[in-house]
Ligand binder design. Structure first.
Ligand code: 2RA
Length: 350
C-alpha cells in the first residue's frame, strides 16, 4: 500500500511551500496526504494534487496510520509532538531546532549523507537550519573531492528567515523609507521608521531597510549568535567531521527570500578552480553561474522559488593553495526548509 504522508504545520509559510512542492512533483509515492495544524487552522480546505483536503487538528490520533510526518512548527511544539508521532508508528522528519544536535537523531541532507536516514533510534530525522543548508550541497560535493578541513563563512540572510513577521517588517520598513531622502547625512533611517509609526521592537535588532545587520538568531556566550553556532555544529554533524574548524559571521540583509553565503573553504589537498567547476557541474542540485568575463554570478533575487543551490565567484584563494572562495545562494524556504525536508521523506521511501 502506498505510504501515508502527514504535514504538521501545513498552513504555515514552510508548510505551504511543502504543499506547493508536492503539487508540482511529476509523481509522488504517497497514498493519503494528511494536513495537520493547530486548532486555529483546523477545518481549512487546501487543494493537494487536485483534491480538496481538510486540515485536521494536531492530536495523537492525527498520526494514526501515518508513515512519515513532516514537521514545520516551533521548537517546543516539535519537541512535544515529534516523539508522539514516532510512538504512533510514524517517522517524524523535523524542521525545528529541537533535535538537530541530538546524537540519536540524524541530521540529513540527501545529497550529502542520505544513508543516515536509516540510523534513527528515536524515529526522528532532523532537517538542518536554512543557513547551513544553503551551502551544504556545494560543500558536500567539494568535501568528497578534496577533503574539507576548515570553513570560514559570512552569511547574507533574508528577512523571511525570521518568518512572516520578518517579511512583514521588511516590507513595512521599505515602504517607510521609499522616496525619502534617508540613508544620507541628516536622513536617519531609524527616525524615518519611527515617523512612519513602526514599532521600535523589530525581529532584526536594528533597521533592515537600507542597512545590513550583523546579527541573526539569539545571543550565545562569548559574543556568538545561535545562528553562527548552528553553522558550526550542524556543518560538522552533516559532513561527519566532528573536529572541522568553522568560524561564521551571520548577517541579515534587506532581501525578502534567499540566503546567500560567502564561503572560504580549506581542504586537505590542493584545489583548482577547474576541478571545482567539474565537481559543481556533476552535482545535479547545483547550478553554476560563474562567468567572470561576462559578469555572471548568482544573486538572491534570481534564486527565489528555485530548488537548486546556485554557485558562483569560484576562486582559488591567492595566498592559500588549498582554499577555495565562492558565493552561494539558496532559497531559504525551499532547499533551506520545505524542499530538503520533503527530499528526506522521498529518501526514506526510495
Ligand atoms: C534565519 N536560519 O534565517 C534562520 C531561520 N531558521 O533566521
Amino acid at each position: 500500500m502506498a505510504p501515508t504522508l502527514a504535514i504538521v504545520g501545513a498552513t504555515g509559510a514552510v508548510g505551504t511551500v511543502m504543499i506547493d512542492i508536492i503539487n508540482n512533483r511529476e509523481s509522488v509515492p504517497w497514498g493519503e496526504i494528511r494536513l495537520i495544524a493547530s486548532a486555529r487552522s483546523a477545518g481549512k480546505k487546501i487543494t493537494v494534487r487536485g483534491a480538496e483536503s481538510t486540515v485536521v487538528e494536531l492530536s495523537p490520533e492525527a498520526f494514526d496510520g501515518v508513515d512519515i510526518a513532516l514537521f514545520d512548527v516551533p521548537d517546543e511544539v516539535s519537541a512535544q509532538w515529534a516523539p508522539i508521532a514516532a510512538e504512533r508508528g510514524a517517522i517524524a522528519v523535523d524542521n525545528s531546532g529541537a533535535f538537530r544536535m541530538d546524537p540519536e537523531v540524524p541530521l540529513v541532507v540527501p545529497e550529502v549523507n542520505p544513508e543516515k536516514v536509516h540510523e534513527r533510534p528515536k524515529g526522528i530525522v532532523s532537517n538542518p537550519n536554512c543557513t547551513t543548508l544553503s551551502m551544504m550541497a556545494a560543500l558536500g560535493a567539494l568535501h568528497r573531492e578534496f577533503g574539507l578541513r576548515e570553513l570560514v563563512v559570512s552569511s547574507y540572510q533574508a528577512a523571511s528567515g525570521a518568518g512572516q513577521e520578518g517579511i512583514d517588517r521588511l516590507h513595512a520598513e521599505i515602504e517607510a523609507v521609499a522616496g525619502k531622502q534617508v540613508g544620507v547625512r541628516g536622513g536617519d533611517v531609524a527616525e524615518a521608521l519611527a515617523a512612519a509609526g513602526l514599532p521600535e521592537e523589530t525581529p532584526f535588532k536594528a533597521p533592515l531597510a537600507l542597512n545590513v545587520v550583523p546579527w541573526a538568531g539569539s545571543r550565545k556566550d562569548d559574543g556568538w549568535t545561535s545562528e553562527e553556532l548552528k553553522v558550526r555544529n550542524e556543518s560538522r554533524k552533516i559532513l561527519g567531521i566532528p573536529d572541522l574548524k568553522v568560524s561564521a559571521t551571520c548577517v541579515r540583509v534587506p532581501v525578502v527570500t534567499t540566503h546567500s553565503l560567502a564561503v572560504h573553504a580549506t581542504f586537505d589537498r590542493e584545489v583548482s578552480v577547474a576541478r571545482a567547476r567539474e565537481v559543481f557541474d556533476a552535482q545535479p542540485s547545483i547550478v553554476l553561474r560563474d562567468d567572470h568575463d561576462n559578469g555572471v554570478f548568482p544573486t538572491p533575487a534570481e534564486v527565489v522559488g528555485a530548488d537548486p543551490t546556485y554557485v558562483g565567484r569560484v576562486r582559488q584563494a591567492l595566498d592559500f593553495p588549498n582554499t577555495l572562495d565562492f558565493f552561494v545562494c539558496g532559497d531559504n524556504l525551499r532547499k533551506g526548509a520545505a524542499l530538503n525536508t520533503y527530499e528526506i521523506a522521498e529518501t526514506l521511501v526510495s
